[in-house]
Design a protein around this ligand. Structure first.
Ligand code: NDP
Ligand code: PMR
Length: 396
């Protein structure tokens, strides 16, 4: 039944437009308040052990001692790779947690879980069966630039190398009628998903650069819904950064619009815009720093993980029907476990070292280099987003 309902919404949603502010009655792009009227017309290696009690972090475990990049360990004298350290933001649920688990299970990674809710993260890691000692939880609230700076300091105090950074955390507020704001006064979705990560990634670039790990990587999670060259990216409201006038004015909703393009607030659009910023930022990092640092910069669309907490603010009917719709209609659905394996590949697979790539997976779960939309691959826009963002986060 759920499947039938989802199927029947499909054509109309493609022609649905945002009207008014009745966003809490929207399902799959269709306003239920319209009486479900269907329009069918359109479709550095540092080796000191950290004393966790002396730093301002709440660490789940004592960080593992780093060993040199390669250590002669086997009797045959073969070199073995030291454990890598991967930072994952928003690792308390969904994709971030599944990736942390996948990496920790290999025994080759120590995961630093950057999370805003320590207790939730701790319970989640335990429930996922992650081995004690394979991870450390460090407080991070991306809705505060001070918290981001403190997180960077705390990680550095751990004196572990930083080999991979994964910017994964996100908020999605499709039913919000009014914008909410970060501690620094930025609209929440762009503030957390883009600006918080922008500062974090810029800060950790020097640590990544000085890491002696053979393949150091900075990964910023993107999405299909920010790419208007796809069907999913054409479901209204579409991502569009416009001329960036809202971003330039600080997204504070007082002196300026809360939206990047300067338009009326729309939570779903703000999320999609933030994903465009994520994908543009990855490419700008690549252009500016790949040759100089050897760091691999990548983004990805892991598939539609329709069951995660990302949809927590959506209406119950959406949360009920979205997973079967994605499983049986679009066939874009992936489990959290599968998506975690995909992101873990981007972290560690030796065949995914190419920089500047937006990875996706086909139906057989084989990775491929995907094409970004015109806007999400526009170098001029990427440069402007970079320059405006660095002003907003205090780097310029
Ligand atoms: P979840 O809601 O399960 O995970 C999001 C994580 O971000 C949570 O751990 C959440 O913490 C954390 N987070 C939110 N706000 C903050 C903040 N202010 N500071 C620190 N952490 C924060 O969603 P997903 O796993 O689905 O999303 C993960 C990534 O995957 C996102 O970048 C999303 O855009 C992307 N993605 C998801 C898709 C999907 O279908 N689900 C598809 C394509 C991309 P807490 O647990 O405390 O709430
Ligand atoms: Mg979408 C191949 C088709 C496809 C895929 C892969 C997705 C992924 N979606 C597709 C199609 C459609 N979606 C169609 C035809 C519709 C209209 C019925 C539709 C609707 C829809 C809604 C209302 N889809 C959504 C929403 C959301 O609120 C989700 C969203 O935009 O979150 C930002 C969403 C998503 N669809 C996806 C994916 C991956 C999402 C959510 C996650 C994200 O981009 O991060």
């Amino acid at each position: 039944m759920a499947l039938q309902a989802a199927t029947s919404f499909l054509p109309s949603a493609l022609s649905a437009r945002k009207e008014g502010a009745v966003k809490d009655s929207v399902f799959l792009g269709v306003r239920l308040s319209d009486g479900l009227k269907l329009e069918t017309s359109a479709l550095g290696l540092r080796t000191k052990r950290v004393n966790t009690s002396s730093v301002a972090i709440r660490a789940q475990t004592t960080a593992a001692v780093s060993s040199p990049t390669t250590t002669p360990s086997s009797p045959s004298g073969k070199q073995t790779l030291r454990k890598g350290t991967a930072i994952i933001t928003g690792a308390s649920s969904g994709l971030g947690l599944a990736t942390a688990k996948a990496l920790s299970e290999t025994g080759k990674w120590h995961v630093i879980m950057g999370c805003r809710d320590f207790l939730k993260a701790s319970r989640a890691a335990k429930a996922a069966g992650m081995e004690k000692g394979s991870y450390t939880i460090v407080h991070l609230d991306l809705a505060s630039l001070d918290s981001v700076r403190q997180f960077v300091k705390n990680v550095r105090q751990m004196e572990m190398p930083v080999d991979v950074v994964v910017c994964n955390a996100a908020v999605y507020q499709p039913t919000a009628k009014e914008p909410s704001f970060t501690a620094d006064g930025f609209e929440m979705s762009v503030g957390v998903n883009h600006l918080g990560h922008f500062l974090l990634a810029r800060e950790f670039l020097s640590d990544l650069t000085s890491s002696d790990y053979p393949s150091k990587r900075l990964i910023i999670v993107g999405s299909i819904t920010g790419n208007t060259n796809t069907l999913a990216g054409n479901v209204p409201p579409k991502a569009n950064l416009g001329d960036l006038r809202g971003l330039a004015a600080g997204l504070n909703g007082v002196a300026s619009s809360a939206m990047i393009d300067g338009g009326e607030f729309d939570g779903a659009k703000a999320y999609k815009d933030s994903k465009v910023c994520n994908m543009l930022t990855m490419q700008e990092f690549h252009r500016r720093y790949h040759d100089e640092t050897g760091v691999t910069f990548a983004s990805l669309y892991p598939g539609c993980i329709a069951t995660t907490g990302l949809f927590r603010e959506h209406i119950p009917l959406f949360r009920l029907l979205f997973p079967p719709f994605q499983k049986y209609v679009t066939k874009g659905y992936v489990s959290e476990e599968e998506a975690g394996k995909r992101l873990a590949q981007v972290v560690s697979d030796p065949s995914l070292t190419k920089s500047g790539v937006y990875w996706s997976w086909n139906n057989n779960s084989a990775s491929f280099e995907n094409q970004l939309s015109e806007e999400a691959s526009d170098p001029e826009k990427a440069k402007k987003v970079w320059e405006l963002s660095e002003k907003l986060v205090g780097l310029a």
